[in-house]
Write a protein that binds this ligand. Structure first.
Ligand SMILES: *Cc1c(COP(=O)(O)O)cnc(C)c1O
Length: 224
């Protein structure tokens, strides 16, 4: 399959999942996960209409950055070490994997230096074997600590479903994230919005859309 055909399939699936959920397909951003893909493949995806790409490693992002078309937005979707923030602060438009006060503070400090406000998502842990993200119970206190920082803006939540989860587990995990975002909205925190739910990878983006995803992160299904 070509990237073109894969993207057509994904778009069709997004449309159908939105119809099932009574949602407008324009609400769902296809964020192409480009880890392990060459700049050439990435540029092909951009030429087919991909506007946003996600990498989970800073080093890999840096190695491709100059060779990728400029008319695209980069996202960091994987665990980000505090000491790497300085390399990507000027390059990425959203960081999906904020999981500590220390990381948020470093992003804030680095963005202050370059007069930028970084959009961030808080990553919530959804499975025992999956160590990334914080527990749902810790999200409120992290928001309290981050919400007044001037150079980061919390725009929503992100999660990864447990690998190989069945349909029922997926729906539970994704609905839980949606419910958590609703609870956060009800608190009306200043400067915090919950407009984004980044959830759903190649194997589970349909379920994620049915549960309210606004950003899906397919990788293999687009490039293989
Ligand atoms: C790799 C990765 C994806 C994409 O996974 P696929 O199974 O290739 O679709 C999405 N999100 C994160 C955080 C990833 O690391």
């Amino acid at each position: 399959m070509s990237i073109k055909e894969n993207l057509e399939t994904i778009r069709e699936n997004v449309k159908k999942a939105c119809q099932r959920a009574g949602r407008d397909e324009k609400e769902v951003l296809i964020l192409a996960v480009t880890k392990t893909r060459s700049a050439e493949e990435i540029n092909e995806a951009i030429s087919l209409g991909i506007t946003d790409i996600g990498e989970n490693r800073v080093q890999e992002l840096m190695s491709k950055y100059d060779d990728v078309r400029k008319d695209v937005k980069w996202h960091i979707i994987g665990h980000l070490q505090t000491n790497k923030v300085k390399y990507i602060a000027d390059k990425v438009s959203m960081i999906h994997s904020v999981d500590s006060l220390k990381l948020a503070s470093e992003i804030n400090a680095r963005c202050e230096k370059i007069s930028k406000v970084m959009d961030i998502l808080i990553e919530v842990n959804s499975g025992e074997e999956n160590k990334s993200g914080i527990d749902a119970s810790e999200v409120f206190s992290l928001i309290e600590e981050v919400k007044d920082m001037k150079n980061v803006r919390i725009r929503g939540l992100m999660t990864m479903a447990p690998l190989g989860a069945d349909e029922e587990t997926l729906k539970t995990v994704f609905s839980n994230l949606k419910n958590l975002s609703e609870e956060i909205k009800e608190r009306n925190y200043e400067n915090v919005s919950m407009e984004h739910l980044s959830m759903g990878m190649s194997n589970d983006y349909k379920e994620a859309i049915e549960c309210g995803a606004t950003i899906i992160r397919p990788g293999r299904s687009l490039f293989i």
